[in-house]
Ligand binder design. Sequence first.
Ligand code: GDP
Length: 487
Amino acid sequence: SILLLHRPAAAHDKLLGGLLADGFDEGSCHSRYQSAMYRRNNAGKEPSPHLEALQRRCGPGTAAYSNAVESLRSGKSGGIGSPPQTECRYLVSISYRGLGNRILAAASAFLYAMLTDRVLLVDPSNEMGELFCEPFPGTTWLLPPGFPLTNFTSFSVDTTESYGNMLKNKVITTDAAAGDVPTPHQQLPAFAYIHLDHDYTFHDKFFFCDDDQSVLRNVPWLVMRTDSYIVPGLFLVTGFQAELDSLFPETDAVFHHLARYLFHPNNHIWGLVTRYYDAYLATARQRVGVQVRVFGARQESPKVLEQITACAHMENLLPDVITTGEPAATTRRRLKPKAVLVTSLTSWYYEKLKGMYWERATATGEAVGVHQPSHEEYQRFGSGSHDAKACAEIYLLSLSDALVTSGWSTFGYVAQGLAGLTPRVMYKPANESSAVPDPPCRRDVSMEPCFLTPPYNNCRMKRSAHSGKVVAHVKNCHDVPWGLKLI
Ligand code: GDP
């Protein structure tokens, strides 16, 4: 199983107060050692001492790993056979879609692996290995070549070996599903596919129930697909409660800790981050990150621009501009400027904001610099330089002192979580012709990402159907009313 180690209290600051493992070559991953210098609120949250999972005993390259792969290879064709004998258990994480989705999926898989004593292996085709440094000292989090389930990246809701389909077809049963009659010791498959995509079914959703977790515990290999932050769903499983409580005394900082442990941009991306920060943001009096994500065909929306300025005004994040005349001489002060970091697929919002603060004086007399690292115009898939820029921008946003984000966007969720900042989240207008939402934004309930597609089943009548109201620390999201998030 995974070994959870406590860090010595005296661990150096650059290891984020002991959150990170020592024992890496510093030159191979500058961000791991330098990020503490770029963040203001490092001290704000206590790292969870357990957050170090050593995969050395079971990970790729070990005899245990070879045995487990061999057992999967011989067990996969027969489906259900004799109970597979493996020393260690594994979770293979398939993640897909945009970078924000992939980061949330990998962090979720990591936590689930920790809770269930599984070794985490991420599918290398999701490019995690091309963006981030290796998080585990002396081993790897990347699934090595030669994995016996050759078609696993195309597993979908229809896959016969999905947990949901095996439940539905009674290939697997839980005690609870069988009524009061105890299930005889059942033979379990060598692997199960856990489908947690947005189209997951009634049966797939039993993943978030205690009885089902007891069954899954005995399946040596799990392959999981999600594009979501499923962690609030793991808080619904009572069997995980004790360990979650001890891992995360602060339930609103779960992703913050997971992300700072797992996601260290590689040296190329760290160069993009630090060069930009040092050139444009370092000397500012205050950095305000504005993440603009417009879902829909038309990226350039005057209403979204109005929403941004209305939000910044309401929340006192940016000064107003004087529309007529000149500022009173007394307000002309030589303060260090405020810096606004805009991220967006288009440069339109940046141009408008920059023009606004150049062409007009501010009521307070302060100067406002507006910056945007890139404008990629549209979302691309499988392009290294595109993902590198997205990664750098998420990271740059996370170095802000205050954040305005777009609701529904996993890109923003990752930035706020990495930052450890509760953002002002802008509501998504119902459609392009609807009015600017009033209020334009709201301080979110926590820095945690929202689980956009949570299960609303009742675990076979054992629990109230509306999980958003029954579990402490799990509430509905502001931006997505049916979503769940930790507070
Ligand atoms: P979501 O779709 O907003 O939930 O966020 P994702 O990160 O999952 O997917 C959006 C993708 O579009 C990103 O990964 C980027 O590839 C691209 N993208 C969206 N907004 C930006 C942005 O502000 N800057 C950059 N560089 N890319 C962006």
